[in-house]
Design a binder for this molecule. Structure first.
Ligand SMILES: [Ca+2]
Length: 325
């Protein structure tokens, strides 16, 4: 697990295990058996989560607005690239080796990290009318006790509320919370391969903007979250924002440091189920991390029932490419 955290914030090193018992244990019995990449169905809950002002954004030719959460998505075309790295300036990152050629099918990816406003709408709809003890103890809860969180929970009702002014901050959640948000919206988490391809593009760049590190381009090495899309230099070749910084991002894969030694060439995906107790992959850098974590090839991880330091997510979805719409 890569944890090159800035030393001034050691508290963030402590992973927060899911604080519940009943909800997670009961849900753990609902194991899915399929290892394929499925997009799920758009639920009634998802359709309710649409009140955060993104619908008015006019999409470009390679963009669309996803109906369930009204979030903009960018088309990432199919392609071939070299996944992983052998960077001489990152000798302590054996999990990125060996670099190997892979191909990835095309997909739609959220242009921004999932925001607090999006997540709160989802949570309150999902847990409406459920017992208070379940609302207070579910794995779906974002990490509300960190001062950099944009969300608080009303302990008397269980409802989540966005701290005013933080509506467009990325939400900080654990892997399961991210997984179920994506599922409810009819989307899914990206695989590590999809995520890395979306940053590197066909020229195999090291950072979203190119090969030279520039601390002004991304929210990295700072002590605070900013609204998604605030750093206009942190944009990938496909038009995705904040892939180098702001918050790190969960991927769908089970994290294995040696996976690249035997991973398949086409659409590699280290399936780890939904409730199997594997560490899950995290990609990209974040406000409390370093430039090494912001490299497109950098890999991180955290336990499957944990909220990890400055970690959020974005979703991907299927659908026809823009030229076929
Ligand atoms: Ca990010």
């Amino acid at each position: 697990m890569n944890m090159r955290l800035i030393s001034s914030i050691p508290r963030r090193i402590k992973l927060q295990l899911c604080p519940l018992g009943v909800t997670c244990r009961l849900a753990a019995r609902r194991r899915d058996k399929a290892g394929s990449l499925s997009y799920g169905g758009v639920s009634g809950i998802a359709m309710l989560a649409a009140s955060f002002g993104l619908a008015a954004v006019a999409p470009a030719a390679s963009e669309r607005v996803f109906p369930a959460d009204k979030g903009p998505q960018v088309w990432v075309p199919p392609g071939e690239f070299v996944m992983g790295a052998d960077d001489p300036d990152a000798p302590d990152r054996p999990d990125e080796r060996p670099p190997h050629k892979v191909t990835v099918d095309g997909f739609w990816m959220d242009k921004f990290e999932v925001t607090c406003a999006q997540y709160v709408a989802f949570f309150n709809a999902k847990w409406k009318d459920k017992p208070l003890k379940d609302r207070l103890g579910t794995c779906d809860l974002p990490k509300v006790t960190w001062p950099e969180s944009g969300v608080v929970q009303d302990r008397s009702t269980g409802e989540l509320k966005v701290i005013p002014g933080r509506e467009k901050w990325p939400v900080l959640v654990g892997w399961h919370a991210a997984f179920y948000y994506c599922e409810a919206m009819g989307k899914r988490l990206p695989t590590e391969a999809e995520w890395e391809w979306a940053v590197r593009g066909s020229d195999g760049r090291k950072y979203p903007w190119g090969n030279a590190w520039d601390p002004k381009k991304a929210n990295v090495g700072t002590d605070k979250i900013v609204a998604v899309g605030s750093f206009t230099g942190d944009v990938s070749p496909f038009g995705l924002f904040d892939m180098a910084g702001n918050v790190r991002e969960w991927c769908a894969d089970r994290y294995e440091p040696t996976y690249y030694q035997q991973s398949p060439i086409k659409n590699p995906f280290n399936y780890g189920g939904t409730w199997e107790p594997w560490d899950r992959a995290i990609r990209g850098g974040g406000y409390g991390f370093t430039e090494w974590d912001s490299r497109a090839s950098s890999r991180g991880s955290a336990p499957y029932l944990a909220s990890a330091p400055c970690t959020g997510f974005r979703c991907v979805a299927g659908g026809p490419p823009p030229t076929a719409q």
